[in-house]
Ligand binder design. Structure first.
Ligand code: ATR
Length: 288
């Protein structure tokens, strides 16, 4: 039941109609019996500052930020969490005294999704495919969880190098290195933990993987694909065919939302059965 005392949160984006966050958040609020409502807000690119100030004046407790505003929103925030600073993008605003504090829950979402699926990062040799926005969150997670080493494989070597340099600087150790995609044969040994963050293979371009050579996948024992449409990507098929374990990006998406929900409702820990129901609902919505 939504009363006059309801906690109000929402998501800003341009466009915003495709966002699954309203579905997920309102479901959780209802399942937990909270007086909580989450609304989609379509905000034009040149009105992000106005929107943030307006939301604060309207009493919004929290706001998610989606494409293309994740960086644009940063100048309008009172404070930035280390996650947002390191990833260079914000996806969650939490109300504080003077305005909003910006967080990025993508790394937490990926980390929890991996943990729940039995993928431990600490001490592991890792592969990061891609060097864009999603890769930055994964790189930050690898640093925070103390991966033994990370090889970033990317089409543009420059982008991979600059991400590796940035994370090596932050970590104070040279644990990340960059390679162009086609030089994957330089990877020594096997049993790598891989995270796939490129858009290759995403609907409507199913049937492709960023590396098509089956030999590459023999090096991977566990992998997470950030893509969640289709539910089973070509990348996942290759990993599984080579005997490895693979998960798609749906849990990542769900847990980044749960992390925001728990930042806004610090007294709440969303129970596993509710998360299971959220997953079913999202799968139904995505794949019918
Ligand atoms: P996101 O925020 O979703 O990570 P992005 O920042 O545009 O999106 O990054 C897209 C990633 O997919 C990049 O690593 C990109 O490689 P480049 O840095 O070389 O551009 C990668 N990517 C996209 N299309 C690709 C393709 N056809 N082949 C290989 N890599 C591709």
């Amino acid at each position: 039941m939504i009363t006059g005392h309801a906690m109000v949160c929402g998501v800003i984006g341009n466009p915003v109609g495709h966002s699954l966050s309203p579905l997920m958040h309102n479901f959780c609020g209802q399942a937990l019996g909270l007086d909580y409502i989450y609304v989609p807000c379509h905000v034009q690119d040149d009105r992000v500052g106005e929107a943030v100030r307006g939301a604060f004046a309207l009493g919004f407790t929290g706001i998610n930020v989606t494409v293309p505003h994740k960086q644009r929103v940063m100048p309008y925030l009172a404070e930035l969490d280390d996650s947002a600073k390191s990833i260079g993008a914000v996806n969650t605003l939490v109300r504080c005294e003077k305005g909003y504090k910006g967080y990025n829950t993508d790394a937490d979402g990926l980390g929890r999704a991996m943990k729940e699926n039995g993928m431990e990062i600490g001490g592991r040799r890792c592969i990061l495919l891609g060097a864009g926005g999603a890769a930055k969150a994964a790189a930050y997670l690898f640093m925070r969880e103390k991966a033994e080493s990370v090889v970033i494989l990317n089409r543009s070597l420059e982008k991979a190098r600059s991400l590796a340099d940035e994370m090596n600087g932050k970590a104070g150790r040279q644990f990340m290195q960059a390679l162009p995609l086609q030089q994957w044969r330089q990877l020594e040994g096997d049993s790598y933990l891989a995270v796939q963050t490129t858009s290759v293979g995403m609907h409507p371009n199913e049937g492709h993987a960023v590396i098509e050579d089956r030999e590459f996948y023999k090096k991977i024992s566990q992998a997470a694909d950030a893509v969640y449409t289709p539910a089973r990507t070509r990348f996942m098929e290759y990993v599984e065919e080579a005997g490895g374990q693979a998960v798609n990006g749906l849990d990542m998406l769900i847990y980044q939302g749960i992390a925001a929900f728990e930042l806004w409702n610090p007294q709440v820990k969303v129970p596993d059965d509710v998360i299971g129901q959220v997953r079913e609902m999202m799968e139904e919505r995505l794949h019918g």
